[in-house]
Design a protein around this ligand. Structure first.
Ligand code: ADP
Ligand code: MG
Length: 621
């Protein structure tokens, strides 16, 4: 069209589209759930605006918040239409082509290594998956603030945008028209689409309908023209069967025939049930898993590690579903301190408000996915005002509690986690195989978050410390917990011993451990850089203090000879002290921490450990 303005895709987007177009990826089905998910997002947005301004919804059909799918078999077009917020001309240009999202290049990279397109939605580029099945796409859109526009592209590096003067006015919303590739003919089958919507979009909270055919048999008068029903499109498919009918009086009745007709009508494909409103007892494991997939846009077949579905009552009422994902997302700790990525969706009385509310969960729990629906929060206020609502604090507190409970249960139900003494009871109860090793898996994915929690969340520090896992001189390569460590503590041992360093192998050779090991004490290995910070916050646990064995102050039981030795070597220690530069060495003492090594340099109680020095140096260099 001559009036069309032409644009080039941003370079990364263009590369992404090339990859999609040329992909041999067999699961092309994913495009439909991505487009439906976009439609649902757009509907959420207009419904949210309507809370404070009813007029934005418009009148008649335009006000219906729904998604409609239509097929044109002859032209091989599949269209998906929503009455969501729509896109202005500028939105079309920016959102569908010229502004690359942060996930774009990450996704391109991922595609080059693994090729699993299934994750596309998580990277924020789901729209482009439509090019798996279409070689030409038109996006027709009407936003309240602008005229109706058409975006179109053949994925050849460029796209065009024109004011729409030829299509039927949409009222408001977006219609995506996919001109299907020859090999994507299966998406013109109604049964295929019904199946896909049921499978992937079951939890979309708006009605999704398909313009579906239905065979009906009707009797029509013979003489008359085959006039079509005004409401529905019909096509005659069967030959007429004429019947001569006479009534009892012998009068001739009007001749009729039976015809089979194909009529089209909107068929609702989903039942718009909100899973979180149902009683947890009624929801099956499979439903929770599917709901997780739709919430997280993680459509790999993996089950979430755990979930918690509860109903909070009292001053602040809300329902929530929380999930521990099967895997940490690719960028979980990448920008931990400057991103505010919240993963909970907030609803107020069934209306989606936002998924960017970082007031709902602290940062260290941002790996959780889920949803909160509150009846207590007000509906008709701005997001900013809601963000300051006093109930949010209560909600947050309860969510943290429930989240930590859920994680604790993961450990409690894991047979690998159970201390030998308690093992028998649990084995009797059976059904432990599936849970075996699940906490180690959790720990490997999200352990760092628990450590960050200990640092950041003083109120829950003890609860979080219970979830901590580490290796020790006695754990035999396995993970163990503070509770187990304390159970194994020697008689007379007051402190929990630990040592920090860059690896277990390095630490095992440390002279600081010699005597402790010889005497049968257990020492925790902390080998993650974050552990140094962690131990500045974790001062005690269950009345036990922590002692870094490379620092001053180590007390290993009672040593009867200490006084004697101190006296005997008085002169030598004096001589040493006098000869070592006092800037570098504070003191020289007789030690009871060594076995074979003659002497060792110890850090002062409040100074940085050698490992901390190493970490700080690597950060400033
Ligand atoms: P994401 O949905 O993760 O943002 P997509 O690639 O699926 O990424 O979509 C890109 C953007 O295009 C969306 O963020 C939205 O702004 C816009 N968009 C896509 N589909 C629609 C639609 N049906 N209605 C309104 N906006 C849409
Ligand atoms: Mg999307």
């Amino acid at each position: 069209r001559s009036s069309a303005e032409k644009f080039e895709f941003q370079a990364e987007v263009s590369r992404l589209m090339d990859i999609i177009i040329n992909s041999l990826y067999s699961n092309k089905d994913i495009f439909l759930r991505e487009l439906i998910s976009n439609a649902s997002d757009a509907l959420d947005k207009i419904r949210f605006l309507a809370l404070t301004d009813k007029d934005v919804l418009g009148e008649g059909d335009t006000a219906k918040l729904e998604i409609q799918i239509k097929l044109d078999k002859a032209k091989k077009i599949l269209s998906i239409r929503d009455r969501g917020i729509g896109m202005t001309k500028e939105d079309l240009i920016k959102n569908l082509g010229t502004i690359a999202k942060s996930g774009t290049s990450a996704f391109v990279e991922k595609m080059q290594s693994s090729g699993d397109l299934n994750l596309i939605g998580q990277f924020g580029v789901g729209f482009y998956s439509a090019y798996l099945v279409a070689d030409y796409i038109e996006v027709i859109s009407k936003h309240n603030d602008d005229n109706q526009y058409v975006w179109e592209s053949k994925a050849d590096g460029k796209f065009a945008v024109s004011e729409d003067t030829w299509n039927e006015p949409l009222g408001r919303g977006t219609e995506i028209r996919l001109h299907l590739r020859d090999e994507a003919g299966e998406y013109l089958e109604e049964s295929k689409l019904k199946d896909l919507v049921k499978r992937y979009s079951e939890f979309i909270n708006f009605p999704i309908s398909l313009w579906a055919s239905k065979e009906i048999e009707t009797e029509v008068p013979v003489e008359e023209d085959e006039s079509n029903d005004e409401e529905t499109e019909t096509t005659s498919t069967e030959e007429e069967k004429e019947e001569d009918a006479e009534d009892e009086d012998g009068e001739k009745k009007q001749k009729t025939k039976k015809v089979k007709e194909t009529v089209y009508e909107w068929e609702l494909l989903n039942d718009v049930k909100a899973i979180w409103l149902r009683s947890p007892k009624e929801v099956t494991e499979e439903e929770y898993t599917k709901f997780y997939h739709s919430l997280s846009k993680d459509f790999t077949d993996e089950k979430p590690m755990a979930w918690s579905h509860f109903n909070a009552e009292g001053d602040v009422e809300f329902k929530a579903v929380l999930y521990v994902p099967p895997k940490a997302p690719h960028d979980l700790y990448e920008s931990y301190y400057n991103s505010n990525k919240a993963n909970l969706k907030l609803y107020v009385r069934r209306v989606f408000i936002s998924d960017e509310f970082d007031e709902l969960l602290p940062k260290y729990l941002s790996f959780l996915k889920g949803l909160v629906d509150s009846d207590t929060l007000p509906l008709n206020v701005s997001r900013e005002m809601l963000q300051q609502h006093s109930s949010l604090k209560t909600i947050k507190k309860k969510l943290i509690r429930k989240a930590l409970d859920m994680i604790r249960k993961l450990a409690e139900e894991d047979p690998d986690e159970i201390h030998d003494d308690d093992k028998k009871d649990v084995e009797k109860s059976g059904e432990t195989d599936e849970k075996k090793g699940q906490y180690t898996k959790f720990w490997n994915e999200f352990g760092k978050s628990i450590k960050l929690g200990i640092i950041e969340d003083a109120a829950n520090r003890n609860r979080l410390a219970k979830l901590l896992r580490f290796e020790t001189t006695k754990s035999d390569g396995k993970l163990t917990s503070l509770d187990q460590y304390i159970k194994r503590m020697k008689n007379g041992q007051k402190d929990v011993f630990y040592i920090t360093g860059s690896s277990k192998e390095q630490l095992e050779k440390s002279p600081f451990l010699e005597r402790l090991i010889k005497k049968g004490y257990e020492v925790i290995f902390f080998t993650d850089p974050v552990d140094e910070y962690l131990m500045q916050y974790l001062m005690d646990y269950e009345d036990k203090k922590f002692q870094n064995v490379s620092k001053e102050g180590l007390k290993v039981g009672k040593d009867s000879k200490a006084k004697e030795l101190k006296e005997a070597f008085k002169e030598l220690t004096k001589w040493w002290k006098g000869n070592l530069a006092s800037e570098n060495v504070d003191d020289v003492k007789i030690s009871n921490r060594l076995a074979d090594t003659p002497c060792v340099v110890v850090t002062s109680k409040f100074g940085w450990s050698a490992n901390m020095e190493r970490i700080m140096q690597s950060q400033t260099l």
